[in-house]
Write a protein that binds this ligand. Structure first.
Ligand SMILES: Nc1ncnc2c1ncn2[C@@H]1O[C@H](COP(=O)(O)OP(=O)(O)OP(=O)(O)O)[C@@H](O)[C@H]1O
Ligand SMILES: [Mg+2]
Length: 582
């Protein structure tokens, strides 16, 4: 008896839908991609009940003839693949399965206009039954309406989230596609009310993309991010990434594109993470929009049902392009601290000043101690005080709470967290000393003995050679202690016991796979953290200015090793606003 049978068409479509259509936003993605492929310049989106009862997309694209309309709901029917070529695909779709899949799990109707014959037709599937084609009243383009998604697949329906969450997913899909298509206008309606409209620009170029990024991401991102441009002979990376001080607790705001196709590719996300190593704490995520252009033959886009992932022929080269490109952009931008923080601060100040009815209640000099530090005053006579306001970080005028330096620049003031700033300087010095093989070392007059528990002792002894490249010259003292003879000159008053124990932990965490160059930022970070000018230490005016000058010459100096900002700026214009002068 024959027990193997071909599945019925509708079941095949439902299986395909199971892979591609996970929630309303995935159906929406398919429709918007079709509109883009149809050359639309206006796309209007309507969502009801988080897309559960209605997802509708109206476009002004090239439309379909009545014959094509009849074909478009058939499985594996596509206008987008010519001569069986899966390599040179210029469209977002190519599988010819989105519409029939959706038709198997929801009611769908498609109205489309045939420009040549100047007539419009409508085709629909209701309750899994293909309806007769009928005349439509639309005047151009195509309108696709999906009703009651998953009503026939209750198991899926159960996994949908609240309307608010589903709407957020839908918006994410539109955001992602809109960023790479600034030449298309997008409107988005929630329960019949328009939620946003992004006007189109002419063409897809640097300016139009920048305008679209402003529409989609807002000015906080634009003001707190840097442009990335990195090129190899056969690939180009461009886009914008946030300064480390602008970060999120998920990677949701990382928009990546391969040949203008939105992807959520793990290898690319991993590369981005690698680029921020040492600049951001591990549980924080940068915001990024990155476009990778690569030869079509060097990437396979047909590896994921929803086309979200891709496979590169040479993944390591792509990774290095991203890590180097992003890193370079961040280093070049060195002194731009995130404006988001200054804005947040300003808002807070406005709030305070608005709520001040009696100024004496709020202006309590015990709380707001902004006056020159005593050491600054004592040393006034000896210091030839030259105003250095023309430097990017200006001239230090005071220290407050033994923790923050106040500096005056040509067009504002800067508040510097002395500990965070010093930590970054030390980290970058040790890192560059290691990479350039010119670590400045200092010999300890009396070598220091550090006792260690067995596991840590062994970890350190195994890595004596590696650590010597970092300027830490140590040797075995007895079976449970090491003798430290030299240390990097930049390290000042270090508690060696704590430092060596911390380094040992870092090594143990990576076991036999520990490779110094890969954990460099962490080890250097440990050293920096233990040696930096602690908060609470009073500084001479000359010391403060020396710190500022060093910051200006240090890569990535606008944030400490933990991704916190090292300084914030307040422009004179903002100060004037605060006092109601403008
Ligand atoms: N908005 C539209 N305007 C014009 N033609 C469309 C539109 N939507 C779909 N079509 C036509 O219907 C066909 C089938 O669409 P469908 O989304 O099912 O497959 P596809 O886009 O070719 O491939 P994929 O399954 O990868 O999306 C398309 O190839 C296209 O010719
Ligand atoms: Mg499609």
């Amino acid at each position: 008896m024959n027990i193997i049978k071909t599945l019925p068409e509708n079941l095949i479509n439902q299986i395909a839908a199971g892979e591609v259509i996970e929630r309303p936003s995935s159906a929406l993605k398919e429709l918007v991609e079709n509109s883009i492929d149809a050359g639309a310049t206006e796309i209007d989106i309507y969502i009801t009940d988080g897309g559960k009862t209605l997802v509708e997309v109206v476009d002004n694209g090239k439309g379909m003839t009545v014959t094509d309309l009849k074909m478009c709901l058939q499985r594996h029917a596509t206008s987008k693949i010519r001569d069986g070529d899966l390599v040179n695909i210029n469209s977002l779709g190519f599988r010819g399965e989105a519409l029939p899949s959706i038709g198997s799990i929801a009611d769908i109707s498609i109205d489309s206009h045939d420009k040549i014959k100047n007539e419009s037709w409508k085709i629909s599937i209701n309750n899994n039954i293909l309806q007769n084609i009928e005349p439509s009243i639309i005047r151009g383009g195509t309108k696709v309406t999906i009703r009651d998604l998953f009503s026939k697949v209750p198991a899926r329906l159960k996994f949908l989230k609240t309307n608010g969450t589903e709407i957020r997913y839908c918006k994410e899909v539109v955001k992602h596609l809109a960023m790479s298509h600034p030449n298309i206008s997008f409107s988005f309606h929630i329960d019949t009310k328009r939620n946003f409209y992004w006007d189109k620009s002419e063409g897809v170029n640097f300016l139009s993309t920048k305008k679209r990024l402003l529409q989609v991401m807002g000015d906080d991102f634009i003001n707190s991010s840097v442009s990335v441009e990195e090129e190899r002979s056969d690939m180009v990376l461009a886009g914008m990434v946030s300064m480390p001080t602008l970060n999120r607790n998920t990677g949701r705001e990382q928009y990546l594109f391969v040949n203008n196709r939105p992807v959520k590719d793990r290898s690319l996300i991993g590369a981005l993470r690698g680029a921020y190593k040492g600049l951001m704490e591990n549980n924080r995520f940068p915001v990024a929009v990155l476009f990778l252009e690569i030869m079509p033959s060097d990437v396979d886009i047909n590896v994921h049902p929803a086309k979200a992932e891709v496979r590169f022929k040479d993944a390591a080269r792509v990774r290095s392009l991203i890590v180097n490109g992003v890193r370079k952009a961040l280093e070049n931008a060195g002194l731009n601290t995130a404006s988001e923080i200054s804005n947040a601060l300003l808002n807070k100040m406005y709030l305070n000043s608005e709520s001040t009815s009696d100024i004496n209640n709020n202006f309590d000099l015990d709380n707001i101690q902004i006056f020159p530090s005593s050491r600054f005053e004592q040393n006034q006579q000896n210091v030839s005080f030259e105003k250095e306001t023309t430097y990017p970080l200006g001239s230090a005028i005071a220290q407050t709470h033994g923790t923050y330096i106040i500096s005056e620049t040509e067009n504002g003031i800067i508040l510097i967290d002395q500990h965070a700033a010093h930590e970054r300087i030390v980290l970058e010095k040790i890192r560059s000393g290691f990479l350039n093989n010119d670590m400045q070392k200092q010999i300890l007059l009396i070598p220091e003995i550090v006792e260690l528990p067995e596991e840590r002792f062994e970890a350190i002894i195994r890595n004596v050679t590696s650590l010597s490249k970092l300027g830490l010259i140590l040797e075995k003292f007895d079976q449970k202690a090491v003798l430290i003879r030299e240390h990097p000159a930049i390290l000042d008053k270090v508690n060696f016991s704590v430092l060596i124990n911390d380094i040992a932990d870092e090594i143990i965490q990576f076991g036999s796979e520990f490779i110094l160059s890969e954990r460099l930022d962490n080890i250097c970070g440990n050293m920096a953290c233990h040696s930096s000018i602690r908060a609470g230490r009073l500084l001479l005016n000359s010391e403060m200015n020396a710190l500022l000058r060093e910051m200006e010459n240090t890569p990535n100096s606008s944030q400490c090793n933990h991704g916190r900002p090292t300084f914030i700026k307040l422009g004179i214009k903002d100060i004037e606003k605060l006092f109601g002068r403008t």
